[in-house]
Design a protein around this ligand. Structure first.
Ligand code: ZN
Length: 95
């Protein structure tokens, strides 16, 4: 009702930007372990899939880099174990 709400958009407006990130093949992304500082491709991590979700651990120090858990229609993604994750957006169609 108010013009004061024109300063922002709702979260749906981020869909285009976020799709550029999450549509890429994450296995080719470069990441850095927040624990030991090792860098490498995500494909080189140690992946454990016997838990309720997926856990990726550093190949050097075995620190947890990523946790992904599916709960019904929701996916919970925990990236605290990585200093960064660098994605190559040139692979994405339309970018
Ligand atoms: Zn590490």
């Amino acid at each position: 009702m108010s013009s004061h709400t024109d300063d922002y958009l709702d979260g749906n407006a981020a869909a285009g930007e976020l799709s550029k990130i999450f549509a890429v093949d994450i296995t080719t992304a470069q990441g850095q372990c927040a624990h030991c500082g090792a860098t490498g491709r995500f494909a080189e991590t140690r992946l454990y899939m016997q838990s309720p979700g997926v856990v990726a651990r550093c190949a050097v120090c075995e620190h947890v880099l990523l946790r992904l858990v599916n709960v019904r229609q929701h996916v919970f993604l925990d990236l605290r174990g990585m200093t960064y994750l660098s994605l190559d957006t040139s692979q994405v169609q339309g970018s």
